[in-house]
Design a protein around this ligand. Structure first.
Ligand code: 1GP
Length: 238
């Protein structure tokens, strides 16, 4: 079993996007801690299984981040289940989860499943719009982080800026709030410096789009993160 507390860097691959074998090999063999498979639209059982089979040629841990009920399949090392904390529609917080447990509950290995408390922070992103999320203030983000950890005991809190680079100061504040819950940061990382800046403030950084836009630069984010230390946590923030 892998320990996500030791992870620092993951690549997120979208089953609905093209990636050639050479690119995929370089991503899987990059030294990243895991490959997450997930996307917002066009994710089907077929393209998920296709990508899974291609990733499985390599040893890298492979996680299905569940996008919809149709594309759930066994064969991954882990299953990450998003719950969108700032959605206005309970569908994205709890209703899809109820349907999944009703339909597939007996097949779920709970040791392989982790819930991610998502905060959607880029209103222009497909993910924000598809999940009917609402705009929130920084204080709300900090409150959601505390709710995720202290009330719901979620293993993962995910700051999702998908498509834009986030606010390092806010990410740092959230990081200071959390004691046990692992902080994932994702959004707009376009180079090694940005990867390092967020990796100083989050436990795990997620690199997505850059894989498809500039694979070589995406690969450089792995080394940038491995060499970087997280900022010290101060009790004063809690
Ligand atoms: C998307 O958080 C990830 O779910 C990564 O974001 O695609 O902007 O890198 P980018």
């Amino acid at each position: 079993m892998y320990n996500i507390r030791e992870w620092r860097h993951v690549f997120k691959l979208d089953p609905n996007k093209e990636i050639n074998d050479e690119q995929l090999e370089s991503i899987c063999e990059s030294g990243t801690d895991a490959v997450l498979v997930g996307g917002t639209d066009g994710v089907t059982l077929e393209n998920t299984l296709d990508l899974l089979a291609r990733i499985r040629k390599f040893l890298v841990p492979c996680v299905l981040e569940i996008s919809n009920l149709e594309s759930i399949t066994p064969g991954f090392d882990f299953f990450f289940v998003p719950t969108v904390l700032n959605s206005t529609n309970p569908k994205w917080m709890i209703d899809l989860h109820r349907e999944a447990v009703k339909n597939y509950g007996e097949f779920i290995n709970w040791d392989e499943m982790m819930v991610e408390g998502y905060c959607m922070l880029n209103p222009d992103s497909k993910a924000f719009q598809a999940t009917e999320s609402k705009l929130i203030h920084d204080e709300d983000v900090l409150a959601y982080a505390t709710i995720a950890e202290k009330m719901f005991h979620l293993p993962i809190f995910y700051l999702e800026y998908s498509g834009i680079y986030g606010d390092p100061a806010l990410v740092g504040q959230v990081y200071q709030k959390l004691e046990k819950t692992v902080l994932f940061y994702g959004g707009g990382i376009e180079n090694a410096d940005q990867a390092k800046q967020m990796a100083e403030r989050a436990d795990v950084i997620v690199v997505g789009n850059l894989i498809y836009e500039d694979t070589n630069t995406a690969l450089q984010t792995v080394a940038a993160v491995k060499d970087c230390k997280k900022l010290k946590k101060s009790k004063a923030f809690n």
